[in-house]
Ligand binder design. Structure first.
Ligand code: NAD
Length: 360
């Protein structure tokens, strides 16, 4: 198969969908790999490394003309022109929060396989895990920075200092993002409360962090009480393939302290905070009712080298299977088949269909 790797063009996105090592694996399996010139440069991967691995270096148009295109982020408006019947697109799509892209994929009859809905039989989402690990570990880091006065925050240190109390960090959702955020926030010396609706997840967090974190069942009363004492709130909930549930409403914000911070990692699924909107690394924050909001939808893009290698570790086996078997891979591999979101002009992901009141 001819496989294309375009350069990512979303603002400040420096990840790339394949490393030279991964290209080598495709070439050894008999595939032709077209890498857009400069695609890896933001992750510190040079064109010469791709060429040495057997890739052909090409223009954006040529990379997109391949039978299968592997990307990192969902196509943005300028890339819609490349969508077409017969194209197999393997990337993060996040369609439930993006109606224009959903329509563009359906109208063009592109076969869209979304990283984020590839799902193992036990419900795990293997292609979300690496980016969730990165974003989860970044969340307390960016939250700590937002709490600094020059960034609009209340001017406090996450860990406090001897004789001065640390910050209160509230984490909504104790999944992969949540547990990684907890690890770093605890490590930075904050007081951490994690809320989840899944009791066994709360048991797990209680087991691994013991007395270092407070776990709470996630419901409105507990969320409201936790918000009122929080210095930093991290949104980390997920309902697979669907829009994030709105856990923090605008009417709850006035109870939060002036200069407190919300980092809503779930913004890529629409956000779990009513007042969150997607922002970019170039201009990551804004203030509503005195609360600093951080809504960067591609947080791992800020640490592209770590993120690229972490992502490719997980995507490569699925990408190779698609290249080796074409769409037959979707029939043979149930977890991969769950990644199929659009097929010949039809929506094939129930969570996305529900978000838009469409059928699938
Ligand atoms: P996950 O499935 O591992 O965890 C989600 C957790 O949310 C689960 O434990 C679930 O029980 C919990 N949950 C569901 N409904 C809840 C509710 N009402 N209250 C509290 N908890 C609830 O998912 P994850 O990998 O941790 O991802 C979390 C979010 O972060 C997703 O939206 C994902 O797309 C997003 N994400 C964003 C970025 C970014 O750059 N902004 C990067 C990676 C992941």
């Amino acid at each position: 198969m001819i496989v294309g790797i375009p350069k990512e063009i979303k603002t400040m996105e420096n990840r790339v969908a394949m490393t030279p090592g991964a290209v080598g694996a495709f070439v050894r399996n008999g595939h032709t790999v077209l890498v857009e010139r400069g695609a890896g440069v933001g992750s510190g991967l040079r064109d010469e490394e791709y060429a040495a691995a057997g890739a052909r270096l090409v223009s954006a148009d040529d990379a997109w003309a391949a039978e299968m295109v592997i990307k990192v982020k969902e196509p943005i408006q300028q890339e819609y022109k490349y969508l077409r019947d017969g194209l197999l697109l393997f990337t993060y799509l996040h369609l439930a929060a993006d109606k224009p892209l959903t329509e563009a994929l359906l109208e063009s009859k592109t076969t869209g396989v979304a990283y984020e809905t590839v799902q193992l039989d036990n419900g795990a989402l293997p292609l979300l895990v690496p980016m969730s690990e990165v974003a989860g570990r970044m969340a307390p880091q960016v939250g700590a920075q937002c709490l600094e006065k020059p960034h609009g925050g209340r001017g406090m240190l996450l860990g406090g200092v001897p004789g001065v109390e640390p910050a209160e960090v509230v984490i909504l959702g104790g999944g992969v993002v949540g547990v990684n955020a907890t690890k770093i926030a605890v490590g930075m010396g904050a007081r951490v409360t994690v809320l989840d609706v899944n009791h066994s997840r709360l048991q797990y967090l209680d087991d691994i962090f013991h007395s270092r974190v407070v776990t709470l069942m996630s419901h409105e009363a507990n969320i409201r009480a936790a918000l009122c004492k929080a210095d930093l709130v991290i949104g980390a909930v997920l309902i697979p393939g669907a829009k994030a549930p709105r856990l923090v409403t605008r009417e709850m914000l006035p109870c939060m302290k002036p200069g407190s911070v919300i980092v809503d990692v779930a913004v890529d699924q629409g956000g779990c905070v009513e007042t969150i909107k997607a922002t970019t690394h170039a201009d990551p924050t804004y203030v509503v009712d005195g609360v600093v909001h951080y809504g960067v939808a591609n947080m791992p893009g800020a640490v592209p080298r770590t993120s690229t290698f972490a992502l490719v570790n997980q995507t490569l086996p699925y990408a190779l299977s698609l290249a080796n078997k074409g769409c037959k891979a979707l029939r043979d591999d149930a977890p991969l088949a769950r990644g199929l979101n659009t097929w010949q002009g039809q929506l094939t992901c129930s969570g996305v269909a529900e978000a838009f009141g469409m059928s699938c």
